[in-house]
Design a protein around this ligand. Sequence first.
Ligand code: HEM
Length: 307
Amino acid sequence: MAREQAGICAEGNLHGQYLLFDCVEGQEHAIRAQLSEVSHYLDEMTELYSDVAFSAFIAVGANYWDALYPDSRPALLRPFPSLTHGDRHAPACPFDLFIQIRCDRQDINYMVSHEICLMFEDLANLVEELKSFRYLDNRDLTGFVDGTENPKGLHRQEVALVSDDDKEFRGGSYIHIQRYQHDLKKWNNLKVKKQEDIIGRTKQENHEYSSFNKPKTSHIRRTSLKDNQGKSLEILRQSMPYGDMKEQGLFFISCCHTPLNFELMLRSMIVGDNNGHYDHLLKYTQAVTGAAFFAPSMSFLNKKAHQ
Ligand code: HEM
């Protein structure tokens, strides 16, 4: 039975730390072995710090996958779908490895991050690092509750993890990340009603607008999509806010059994429908990075450790 990495479907918690690495060429053999070691170390930390809900996962970049695992590739793994339409952009910045570390204690996230950097010494260079935090009652820094319509309970696994359709990669997950930078000065100058029209929910009470009242340019109208059979297209969002007094935003993370759902949502936000209704949230925030990864199961990482 393929075991997924614990951080993929984890419930939300207080602090996150993200590490993005580029790998040293020619070290693939050592990196395969070390990825398995790191996943075991993260597994131990998950047990040891279960009281503070520790969880983590490692994901391998779509553009780096073939160098690391030349003999097998997840069926749908493809590069980040960079897009530009009008003044809306979704840039792609490929990274080789992405590690999400989360728990309710920032000191433990620090300790684990430090240990991982030591484990990758001489094998990979840390190119970006970011800390995130829970803001108030699960709100994004725009002040709106984020994550309400995320899948719940066991349904999280169904949405986020690859099933038997791709046997070797069962229990893995297609990951997309985007770091969004908010223009909070511009956002906070809007009347609350206008902000609510842009999101499609009320701010304080977090009530969803009725279909009749939901503008076609609202964020939830643009991201709430259905397939040809009328079935909802879902992703599991693990996004968290980040920032300081100079720069603020959302570190967006999507985990899914297919890359298609994220790709369709992003297109719907940026390009919009045939009548030019795009996501007006993008007038107040912009993506400054974007990358696609696959987070394999623990079993896959172990199996490939010494090949
Ligand atoms: C700065 C960037 C973003 C912010 C601040 C943001 C914020 C929010 C908020 C406040 C909600 C409503 C509450 C909820 O159900 O979680 C929401 C819903 C949602 N967002 Fe985002 N989001 C961002 C980017 C994205 C992106 C890039 C995607 C996918 C490409 C996305 C997909 C979704 C989905 C699927 C929902 C649920 C829609 C529904 O069924 O009601 N979001 N987001």
